[in-house]
Design a protein around this ligand. Structure first.
Ligand SMILES: C[S@@+](CC[C@H](N)C(=O)[O-])C[C@H]1O[C@@H](n2cnc3c(N)ncnc32)[C@H](O)[C@@H]1O
Length: 269
């Protein structure tokens, strides 16, 4: 897969990794308890031991989640578009003395993996970097075993394209039509990387409406087991700040799905 979407994301994430941007810094301070807490497994009702669980960190490079799962004894594979991000996963694996397999690729094409080869697909924020989430869902359904799970953290589609910079003195201006696949772009927050050191293109994202997301996964045979709106908000924060914006408009959704099949409710691991 080598289209404009692929090239833009690859170049942008290579630049972000080179600039040591926020999402490219490996977690090197974890132990097993901290890893469970970092992944928020109890809140997600993923309570079992993960030793030997086959985890795919999908578009999840950077050395954060891969390191946490490996510390918990999981058999970890990371697929990411950015070699720089995958290098961070290898740095983290070496730091902890664990094995992690890294695979360069596009989340829309998981042909590097056999069918049903993962117990848990863990997909941190990245889905909106591609125009059609359903291409990704089809691939995820293929590589997840029956009874396996898919964790998805993604943009809350109602606030797609809005940031704290959308403050108009009274609220945050919603102005774009609610259309699936609509392209949006906004500046990275100022704390993501040091502007004095690098100039990097803005993220280009595509709105995935809630019905398109949910019906897409239902159509692939997934059953929803957990949903939350993630806020990072601060009720005391000043209007127009990130803390205030995220208190008013939860920017992310977090979902856990279970793939139906012959061993539908089998335990992961
Ligand atoms: C916000 S980061 C999420 C992962 C990171 N571990 C974290 O904790 O934030 C987004 C990741 O998606 C990757 N990415 C962007 N577009 C992609 C695509 N089309 N296929 C695979 N990975 C992609 C980037 O290289 C980056 O590592």
């Amino acid at each position: 897969m080598n289209d404009d979407v692929h090239r833009y994301n690859r170049d942008r994430w290579e630049a972000l990794a080179a600039a040591d941007a926020l999402f490219t810094r490996p977690r090197l301070d974890l132990d097993a308890a901290a890893a469970r807490a970092y992944l928020r497994l109890e809140q997600l009702a993923i309570t079992e031991e993960l030793t030997g669980t086959r985890v795919l960190c999908l578009a999840g490079g950077g050395g954060q989640q891969s390191a946490a799962f490996a510390l918990l004894g999981a058999d970890v594979t990371v697929l990411d578009i950015s070699p720089g991000q995958l290098a961070r996963d290898r740095v983290a694996a070496e730091h902890y003395g664990v094995e992690t397999r890294t695979v360069e690729g596009d989340m829309r094409d998981l042909s590097a993996f056999e069918a049903a080869s993962f117990d848990l697909v863990w997909h941190p924020y990245s889905l909106t970097f591609v125009p059609d989430c359903r291409v990704v869902f089809r691939e995820v359904a293929r590589v997840t075993r029956a009874g396996g799970r898919y964790y998805l953290m993604c943009a809350n589609p109602f606030f797609s394209g809005l940031t704290h910079a959308s403050w108009n003195g009274e609220g945050y201006t919603l102005k774009d039509p609610y259309v699936n696949g609509a392209r949006t772009s906004y500046p990275d927050q100022e704390w993501v990387y040091d502007r004095a050191e690098a100039t990097i293109g803005q993220p280009v994202e595509y709105r995935q409406t809630l019905s398109h997301l949910m019906n897409g996964l239902i159509g692939e045979g997934f059953v929803l087991t957990f949903l939350s709106e993630i806020t990072a908000g601060d009720p005391e924060a000043a209007p127009g700040s990130w803390g205030h914006f995220t208190d008013v408009a939860p920017p992310w959704l977090e979902l856990v799905w279970r793939l139906k099949g012959s061993c539908q409710w089998a335990h992961v691991g």
